[in-house]
Design a protein around this ligand. Structure first.
Ligand code: GLU
Length: 487
C-alpha cells in the first residue's frame, strides 16, 4: 500500500462523543497496521457550535485513551496549520479557483427567500433542495452585486443529469443521481468554508490516503467526489464505518446520557476496556477471542473485516470488559486508580488515602467484584465508616438472639488473645476454626454473626479477610458493639 495518511477531524463541541472515539480508533488501527501517519485536524469552521477550550480537552481525553497523533495542532507537521480556522486564506484561494473554473457560483438568495422556498417544497411534499435560482446569473451581474457589498454564499455547480458512482472500501460501488443532489454551500456569507468544502481541500492538501469517517457522511460522499472532480484532484479512498445504535435500535444521544468519553472516564471505565469495546463496534476479529489490547487489535485489524451493518452499544458488555481489565491490574496499580474515587467520597484530605496497607487490603478484597473504579466505595464502605445495621442482621438462621450474643462473646474472648502483631486472616481463622471444630459446633453459627458484626452487611468478603484489613482494634470494637446491640 502507498503511504498511508489518515486523519481524525473532530469539530470541537465540548466533549468527545463515544462514536468519535470509535472513529479515531479505526483511523489509528489503519495508521498503525500499515505503517502510516495519524493526523489530528480540528474542524472549527462552524462558529456557532464551537466551545472554547474543547480542542485541548480532546487531546487530553485521547491521550488518556492512549491515542497520540503524529501530526496535529500541538505536534505540528509539514501540512499545517491543523486547525481549520487558521487556514481561511487557503480556502479563499481554492474557492476563487472553483469560481474561475465555473464549478461554483455566487448565490445571493436571502435567508427569507430560502425559508419560503423550503416551505413551498414541504407543502408539495418535495425534498428540501436549493432551487438553483442563482445558478444562471451572469458573471458580470454577480461580480457587480458582490462588489456592491450584497451578501452571498458560494455554491457548487453540480452536474444536472448524471449518474455519480462512488466507491466505498467496505460497501463497494454506490450510485447516486446528480439531480437529487443539492448545489450545496461551499463558502458561507461570512466567508467561512463549510465542512464539505474545507474537509475536501484539507484532505487533498494534507495528502490523506484514506478518509475514515462515520456512516452519517455517506450522503455527502457523492458531493465530495464531485468536488474532487471539479478541482481535477484524485480522491482518497473512503471508508464509512457503520452506525452505532443503542440496544433499542435508536441513536446514541446525549439526552440518554453516556455519550461523552469524559463521562466514562469519570465513572471509572478503564481506557483498555473502552478501546477494546469500541473496536468491536463495527469490526470483529476472525477468531472468537474478543479481549484484545490496542496492539493486539492492530495486529489483527484488516480493513476488509469492517462490517456494514449497524453496531449495537451494549453497556453490559462494556461492564464485563471493564471488570476483566480491572482484574488484570496489579493491586498497586488498582490502588492508584481507585484513590481519586475514594477521595470523592471520604474527602481528599482524609489521611486514610495515604494508608497504603489499608488501601491495599481494601482494593484486594474489592477487585474481583468491581465493574467500574467508582464501585470501590460501595464495595468497601464498611472499612471507612462505622457500619450501621439492625440487630436482626446478626441472627443466623434459627438461632435466638441470646445464642448469637453468646457466640459473639466467645469469639471476642478468643480473638482478643491474639497478640497485636500477629493479627492476620490466618491467625484469626486458625484460632476460631480450631475452637469451632474441636467442639463440633456449626461454622455458620459463628462466622455469620462475626461477618455481620464487622461489615454490617448481608453480602461482603469473608470475616477473616475483613478482620485483617480492619486491624485488631477496629475488629474488637465492632464485635463489642454487636454484642451491645443484642443486649
Ligand atoms: N468534522 C466532522 C465531524 O466532526 C468530521 C467528519 C469527517 O471525518 O470527515 O464529524
Amino acid at each position: 500500500m502507498d503511504s498511508v495518511r489518515v486523519r481524525f477531524a473532530p469539530s470541537p463541541t465540548g466533549f468527545l462523543h463515544i462514536g468519535s472515539l470509535r472513529t479515531v480508533l479505526f483511523n489509528y488501527f489503519i495508521a498503525k497496521k500499515y505503517g502510516g501517519t495519524l493526523i489530528l485536524r480540528v474542524e472549527d469552521t462552524d462558529r456557532k457550535r464551537e466551545v472554547a477550550g474543547s480542542a485541548e480537552g480532546l487531546v487530553d481525553i485521547l491521550s488518556w485513551a492512549g491515542i497520540h497523533f503524529d501530526e496535529g495542532p500541538t505536534q505540528g507537521g509539514k501540512f499545517g496549520p491543523y486547525i481549520q480556522s487558521k487556514r481561511l486564506a487557503i480556502y479563499e484561494k481554492y474557492a476563487g479557483e472553483l469560481l474561475a473554473k465555473d464549478e461554483a457560483y455566487r448565490c445571493f438568495c436571502t435567508p427569507e427567500r430560502l425559508e419560503e422556498m423550503k416551505q413551498a417544497q414541504a407543502e408539495k411534499k418535495l425534498p428540501p433542495r436549493y432551487d438553483r435560482a442563482c445558478r444562471n446569473l451572469s458573471v458580470e451581474e454577480t461580480e457587480k452585486r458582490a462588489a456592491a457589498g450584497e451578501p452571498f454564499v458560494l455554491r457548487q455547480k453540480l452536474p444536472l443529469d448524471q449518474e455519480v458512482v462512488v466507491v466505498d472500501e467496505i460497501r463497494g460501488e454506490i450510485k447516486f443521481r446528480s439531480e437529487n443532489l443539492e448545489d450545496h454551500v461551499l463558502v458561507k456569507s461570512d466567508g467561512w468554508p463549510t465542512y464539505q468544502f474545507a474537509s475536501v481541500v484539507d484532505d487533498h492538501l494534507m495528502e490523506i490516503s484514506h478518509v475514515v469517517r462515520g456512516d452519517e457522511w455517506i450522503s455527502s460522499f457523492p458531493k465530495n467526489i464531485l468536488l474532487y472532480r471539479a478541482f481535477g484532484w484524485m480522491p482518497p479512498k473512503f471508508i464509512h464505518i457503520p452506525l452505532t445504535l443503542n440496544k433499542e435500535g435508536g441513536k446514541l444521544s446525549k439526552r440518554q446520557g453516556d455519550v461523552a468519553v469524559e463521562d466514562y472516564r469519570a465513572k471509572g471505565y478503564l481506557p483498555e476496556a473502552l478501546i477494546n469495546f469500541c473496536a468491536l463496534l463495527g469490526w470483529h476479529p476472525k477468531e472468537d477471542n474478543e479481549l484484545l489490547s490496542l496492539d493486539g487489535i492492530v495486529a489483527k485489524f484488516e480493513i476488509k473485516d469492517i462490517g456494514e451493518s449497524p453496531a449495537i452499544f451494549d453497556v453490559e458488555k462494556l461492564d464485563y470488559f471493564n471488570g476483566y481489565y480491572i482484574r488484570r491490574k496489579t493491586i498497586d496499580e488498582l490502588v492508584g486508580l481507585c484513590r481519586p474515587f475514594l477521595a470523592e467520597r471520604i474527602g481528599a484530605d482524609d489521611p486514610r488515602l495515604k494508608d497504603k496497607q489499608l488501601l491495599h487490603g481494601v482494593v484486594m478484597l474489592a477487585q474481583e467484584r468491581m465493574k467500574k473504579l467508582s464501585d470501590i466505595y460501595e464495595l468497601s464502605e464498611f472499612f471507612f465508616a462505622e457500619p450501621e445495621y439492625a440487630a436482626e442482621l446478626l441472627i443466623w438462621k434459627k438461632l435466638a438472639a441470646a445464642e448469637v450474643k453468646e457466640n459473639l462473646e466467645k469469639i471476642l474472648e478468643l480473638l482478643q488473645k491474639i497478640p497485636d502483631g500477629e493479627w492476620t486472616k490466618h491467625s484469626t481463622k486458625d484460632v476460631l476454626m480450631t475452637s469451632i471444630e474441636s467442639k463440633g459446633l456449626k461454622t455458620g453459627d459463628y462466622l455469620w454473626p462475626l461477618r455481620a458484626a464487622l461489615t454490617g452487611r448481608k453480602f461482603s468478603p469473608g470475616p477473616f479477610e475483613v478482620a485483617e484489613v480492619l486491624g485488631k482494634d477496629q475488629s474488637i470494637t465492632r464485635i463489642t458493639n454487636a454484642i451491645k446491640k443484642l443486649e
